[in-house]
Design a protein around this ligand. Structure first.
Ligand code: FES
Length: 362
């Protein structure tokens, strides 16, 4: 077997790890348990740099954990434990004359045996086909409710009530099909910041969707990308901000926005968003501004006057009266009707002849 002389033993011992080029390939070299180990530096999952991974003991083996999504590979065999036995290329490493030598060819070849789970695979296919496959039919309006009411404890949420009225208007006045997603009913894992490790580690479908079949963010992706023409987002005001559930969803939507930044891939096209913001205390405009910014970064078109707000101000602490006050406000209902109208009018415009629309890129 042919070997390449890559580094002095003293230097490897001192650094405990090093990336070396062998036969034009990046090889991660580790010094652990008084031995040298050599693996491909490129994680078989999505290409993460194994050299930056943490080395530790697991089930009697020394493993390196990929810094991107946490797959662990045995330094000796290159095999991973989770979630299925994928593996990376392993090279032979030996010591001669105080130098470290690495085999020019891998002694075992890595394989990716795992596939995206069926839910993530089906989601990807639907989202890829979404624009070509929009069947003729009524306008589709998706409502997203982000209030966090206690399950089984009857209480009126002003934001959810206003969203229900808006969807009812969309059905009755504009003949739309409507759906609603209540974020509190979905098991959505918080974003784990893969983007912050490396932009390429933030994939679509989101790495969490690919790795965790119990996670239900796929319902948001699918309805938003592959079904809706209009998305109405409803949020209560929580200490001057949108609800934390809404931010949980927004952070997971980074996986969609990131495809624009990295690959110029626009999953959201010719869709319109509008916002309903309600609370006992004010900060409607600040929340509206944040939502407008984020949803336009996703690729949504916003109509003129794209939000409505309901607030009774700083001194109104009689919260039980708030739903009733909103319900008897004709001004608010008129505003809501205008919002639905503005969103549907714009959606029909952008959907009419999408190929004739001027191209707009980020
Ligand atoms: S675990 Fe290595 S790239 Fe995903």
């Amino acid at each position: 077997m042919e070997y390449a002389d890559v580094i002095s033993l003293a230097e490897l011992k001192e650094k405990t790890r090093a990336v070396v080029q062998v036969n034009k390939r990046a090889v991660a070299l580790f010094w652990a348990n008084e031995n040298a180990f050599a693996l491909s530096n490129v994680c078989i999952h999505e290409g993460g740099p194994l050299i930056q991974g943490q080395v530790h003991e697991k089930d009697g083996q020394t493993v390196v954990q990929c810094p991107w999504h946490g797959f662990e590979f045995s330094l000796k065999t290159g095999k991973t434990f989770t979630p299925v036995p994928d593996s990376v290329d392993v090279y032979d490493a030996k010591i001669e004359n105080k130098r470290v030598l690495v085999s020019v060819q891998p002694v075992s070849r890595g394989k990716r045996l795992s596939k995206m789970n069926p839910t993530a695979q089906a989601l990807l296919e639907k989202c890829e086909a979404a624009h070509a496959d929009r069947p003729k039919g009524p306008l589709r309006v998706l409502g997203i409710s982000s209030t966090n009411l206690t399950p089984g404890l009857p209480r009126t949420s002003t934001s959810e009530k206003a969203l229900e009225w808006a969807l009812q208007l969309a059905r009755e006045k504009y003949g739309a099909d409507t759906r609603v997603l209540k974020l509190r009913e979905l098991n959505i894992r918080p974003c784990e910041g893969f983007y912050s490790r490396d932009a390429a580690a933030c994939t679509f479908p989101c790495s969490l969707t690919q790795m965790d079949e119990t996670d239900e963010m796929h319902k948001v992706y699918e309805n938003m990308i592959a079904w809706a023409d209009v998305v109405l987002v409803a949020s209560p005001i929580r200490w001057g901000n949108a609800s934390s559930l809404l931010y949980k969803m927004i952070e997971r939507l980074n996986a969609v926005q990131n495809q624009i930044t990295l690959q110029k891939k626009y999953y959201i096209q010719n869709k319109v968003a509008g916002f309903i913001i309600t609370g006992g205390q004010d900060n409607v405009q600040k929340i509206a501004g944040e939502l407008m910014m984020f949803f336009t970064e996703l690729g949504f078109a916003l109509p003129k006057f794209s939000f409505v707000g309901w607030s009774r101000g700083w001194y109104q602490e009689d919260m039980p009266s708030n739903p009733q006050a909103m319900e008897s406000s004709m001004d608010f209902k008129e505003d809501l009707e205008k919002l639905v109208n503005n969103c549907t009018v714009l959606a029909k415009l952008v959907m009419k002849n999408p190929e004739e629309l001027p191209k707009m890129e980020r």
